[in-house]
Structure formats: C-alpha cells, structure tokens
Design a protein. Sequence first.
Length: 430
Amino acid sequence: MTSKHPETLALHAGWRRDSATHAVAVPIYQTTAYQFDSAEHAANLFGLKELGNIYTRIMNPTNDALEQRLAAIEGGVAALALGSGQAASAFSVQNLARAGDNFVTSTDLYGGTWNLFANTLKDQGIEARFVDPSDPEGFARATDDRTRAYYAETLPNPKLIPFPIAEVASIGRSFGIPLIMDNTAAPVLVRPFDHGAAVVMYSTTKWIGGHGTSIGGIVIDGGNFDWEANPGRQPALNTPDPSYHGAVWSQAVKPLGPIAYILKMRVTLLRDLGAAMAPFNAFAFIQGVETLPLRMREHSRNALAVANYLADRKDVTRVIHPAHHTGLGAERTAKYLPHGQGGLVGFELAGGAKAGSTFINALKMFYHVANIGDARSLAIHPASTTHSQLTESEQAATGVTPGYVRLSVGLEHIDDILADLSQALDAAKA
C-alpha cells in the first residue's frame, strides 16, 4: 500500500484478502499453534532465520494484520500487539532497562502509568525519574550513564498540553537515548515519529478500539533509531542475551530489517511474560481502526464545542482543552495539533469537589466510567478514581485537583451533549 493518507491506510494497510478463502475481512484466527512445514522450517522459525507463526502467545495472523495496519498509519516499521495498554507501557521500558537502570519520564501521565513507573518498576529495580515537561532540558539534567529511555504522553490528561516531542527527542538522540511516546489520546492527529520519537505505544482500548469492547495495547517501532551508535548506552540490544542463545539483537536481526527493538520485545518479554492480545480483541480493534480517522475528526469537533460552551459558564472556573491554552500550551498546540485537538475536555467548578460530585451524579446521557475514547460520551472525577492511588502531591504534579472533572466527548449530536452538560451543571449549582 503506497498511500500515506490515514483514511486509506486504515482500510487497506497490512491486509488484502485471506490466501485460502479470498475473504476480504480479516478472519479471527482462533488457534493456539501452527503446523510446521518440516523440521527445518520449525528450526528456522525458532532460530529467527525466517519470520512466521509459531504459537499465539508470541504471534497470530489476526494480530499481525492489526500490527501492520497501525505501523503503516504511524509510519513505523513493525509493531507488537499486547494484552493491555499497561503491558505496552511496561514492555516499552523493560525492553531496554534492567535492574539498576533508570529512565526519565514526564510528570504528565495517566495515574495508572505513574503508579506502574513509581512503584512496580521500582520494585523491579528500574528507577523512574519524573520531570516537568514544561522545560525539555529537564530530561537532560535527569540523565546519567544508566539512563536507557525517555517516556511521555503526546496529549496527557488532565493537563492536555502537548508534549515537546521534537525537543526532547533531539536531546535524547544526543545521548543515544530513544524517546518513547504514548500516543493514546492523539491517534491520527499526531505522528510522533515525524517529530523524532523512536517508539510509539497505545492503549488500543481507547480511541483505536473506539467502542469500549476490548482491552489491548500496542508498541510500534519507528525503525529510525541507531541502537548501535552508542552500544554502552543500550546494553539490552548490544550485549549477548542469555535468554536467546546469546543473541546480540542489534546485529542478529539485520537481515530482517531495522526491527531489533520490537523483535526482542516479541521473542523475550512477550514469550516469557505472556501479555498476549487475544485474536478476537485484535479483530475488534481492526474494526475500530477502519473508522479511526473519521471518528477523531468528529471527537475533536464535538470536544471543541463543549470546551467553548463551558468557557461561557460562570459556574465553571477553568476549562482545560488544547484550544483554550495560552502561552506555552498554545504554542505547543499550534505545533503538534494543527489537525484537531482530540476528544478530551477538563474543567473545574466553582463549588469544588462537592459540586463536581453533584455534577457527575446528575448526568443522564454521559456514562460515568473509568475509560476514555469511546464512541459514547464519558465523564469521571479523577481525584477519587483514576488518580486516587497517587498522593496529593503526585496528583498535583499530574494536574489533578480535587474539583477537576474529565470529559471524553463522544459522537452523539452536539445539541444532546450540551443539553446533558447544561442540566447537570445547573444541578451542581443549585
């Protein structure tokens, strides 16, 4: 597929038809294992002399179609579908960092990611160093000889200020450090590889799936990072791996293309930890991908209308949306989000936490759920839910305040969306 347009790639990349039946839709290959052609064929697959299906914990044809399609949309070279966005966040770092190593991450993160980095990876001996992304040079200052990666969200909630991808990616490359971008909230709207990122990951549960039916994640390799340029900086890819017969990944996969990072993840972390995406979920995500460009345009249009409406309400003290930023936030929005600002809107009510709780309970059409990116509109109070496991200071660092309410604006008619918000706001004010 030679097109570079996401609308076309979303429908055609990575798949044309089933070779056996000529079916146009990607089948659900609900199988655990695959027949080898011969003993030599099996040995070649296990020895990475050729790529192919071995076992569905490691790869599956339905998953492969999803991986190829999203890699094409992002401009990457290969991808790995996983069981959840949390698995994708963890694997993206664990693929490079070992016990005693560290990585530098933006403070502006989803609460679950913060907890994963600050506690679970810490227990594994991997240190997360949190840096305020308002100053890109903070990443350089936090870097030492054991720093293996930088990590950030493209459009982090709740602040919704685009991350300085190009600036931090450039700093990282000067050290031999890749920038890993969580692009969950901005698919199609931003392609981090175009700005110098080396790895992109998603919780496919959100906008990519788009219908709140399946949990999944994916990691995409840009194929644009020279892992051998500074071997000492990236030992995971440049020293013998005892878990795979001493393979040196930066060298072993050269005949297969610039896929050392993602192939290592597939045949070591996925093989050993087993966070595989179910083929049925991959099928569901493929259905979501096919309408993703259209949905992101409509999500962005409705969310902007909601932000503008909220800004005119006297009982709303603050609106958080990319189009309503000033100063640095406005500059980054203009640079990274010229084609739409996504489906998230945050706001604070004059009545604080109590008013926020009343507002949530008064909603009739919006769903009160712990998710974002559905076709339907969603609302939640992060301080008591998604970010509740963080301390007050950690919540403040991510941008969560006691009275903050987050909306994931869906695809309903805008008149109905605004009507539900209006009646709930009036109830909170009463």
